[in-house]
Design a protein around this ligand. Structure first.
Ligand code: AMP
Ligand code: MG
Length: 338
């Protein structure tokens, strides 16, 4: 594949693969007991290790590129964070990255940019933390944004199936703007990459939609009204993380709805950038719920967008209209929802 960002792509794929090793190792150590105690420490350790591993690679290869990432190392630098930090260092080492505690903190803090710049990366080291804790779906999402355009999008999806491979072999999906979307089994870098494309389903009534498991992240009441309006009869696929973008990109689902649960919530760029390019390059279409293109020129938030609508490109406008018609945030329909 000839494109303008070969080193960036290679670096991003390598970084996400390595971060996935740490995430898998931590996820496999989660026990029912730790979950019963509502112990979130596994996901925090994995989050920090994943961000450290990816930012280390970006630091080595592109030392001038800022990274807008989800985590910062402030807590880890405190005396109270030392035990935690030691665990993060151990997980990095197990994934092949030997480092001192200070190096790990510095790498994590490299991901602390928040302002827009003409060229930057955005990173969600573990998207879908609730899915991670439930041992379900989560994703590692990394994207390169140049002049406000996503040029590279990478999704590491350690628990997504890859046809013909053992269950839970995981998927590494990526896209380069103008050069298509691809995937391969996550832990098999030598496996030839497979092009991915969205489904061809064109009638809304036949569409399968996906949405967050968490009704606090996307309104299930609202999507239910839209499904009725569009005569969608298939049950929604509820899944955590940007694995939903992968699901639409490769035709497992035809539509992904992210419907704000309250007016004013600003989506984070790292929850979308990687997934958006993968869907667009697979032939899909992505706008916010008002039909506006996602705007990556406002720092860490999609400050001028609301929610997200991700389709296989078919019936996109009809879907946006149905969303608007049933909006709980507009004056017309406000009393229907709490
Ligand atoms: P999901 O796995 O699709 O439920 O999305 C996970 C992401 O939801 C997290 O990475 C958070 O950044 C994001 N999030 C947290 N609170 C909200 C909210 N109120 N509305 C939308 N997204 C949210
Ligand atoms: Mg996230």
């Amino acid at each position: 594949m000839t494109h303008p960002f070969p080193q960036e792509l290679q670096s991003a794929l390598q970084a996400v693969r390595q971060a996935a090793i740490a995430c898998r190792s931590v996820q496999s150590s989660i026990t029912t007991e730790s979950l019963a105690k509502k112990d979130k420490s596994p996901v925090t350790v994995a989050d920090f290790a994943s961000q450290a591993i990816i930012c280390r690679q970006l630091q080595l290869d592109f030392p001038n590129d800022p990274v807008i990432g989800e985590e910062g190392a402030a807590e880890l630098r405190l005396p109270s964070g030392q035990q935690f930090l030691a665990q993060v260092v151990r997980e990095c080492a197990a994934a092949g990255v030997e480092a001192t505690t200070l190096q790990v903190c510095d790498w994590i803090d490299r991901g602390g940019a928040s302002k827009y710049s003409p060229r930057f990366w955005t990173l969600d080291p573990i998207d879908g933390t609730k899915g991670f804790l439930r041992k379900e779906q989560y994703a590692i999402s990394l994207a390169l944004i140049v002049n406000g355009q996503i040029e590279i999008g990478v999704l590491g999806c350690p628990n997504m199936p890859f046809e013909g491979q053992p269950e839970e072999c995981g998927v590494l999906a990526w896209a380069v703007r103008g050069h298509g979307a691809w995937m391969q089994p996550l832990s098999q870098p030598d496996f030839s990459s497979v092009p991915i494309s969205v489904s061809k389903v064109s009638k809304t009534a036949e569409m399968r939609f996906c949405e967050s498991v968490e009704s606090g992240h996307s309104s299930h009441d609202w999507s239910g009204l839209i499904a009725t309006e569009l005569r969608i009869s298939l049950e929604p696929v509820r899944m955590d993380s940007q694995c939903k973008y992968l699901a639409v990109a490769r035709g497992d689902a035809d539509l992904y709805l992210r419907l704000p649960t309250r007016k004013g919530y600003q989506e984070k760029i790292w929850d979308h950038a990687g997934g958006i390019l993968v869907v667009q390059e697979a032939g899909g279409h992505v706008t916010d719920i008002n039909g506006k293109a996602p705007d990556f020129t406002h720092g860490s938030s999609l400050a001028v967008n609301e929610g997200m609508v991700v389709t296989n490109s078919n019936a996109h406008e009809a879907i946006v209209s149905a969303i608007r018609k049933h909006s709980p945030h507009s004056d017309e329909t406000a009393p229907q929802h709490s």
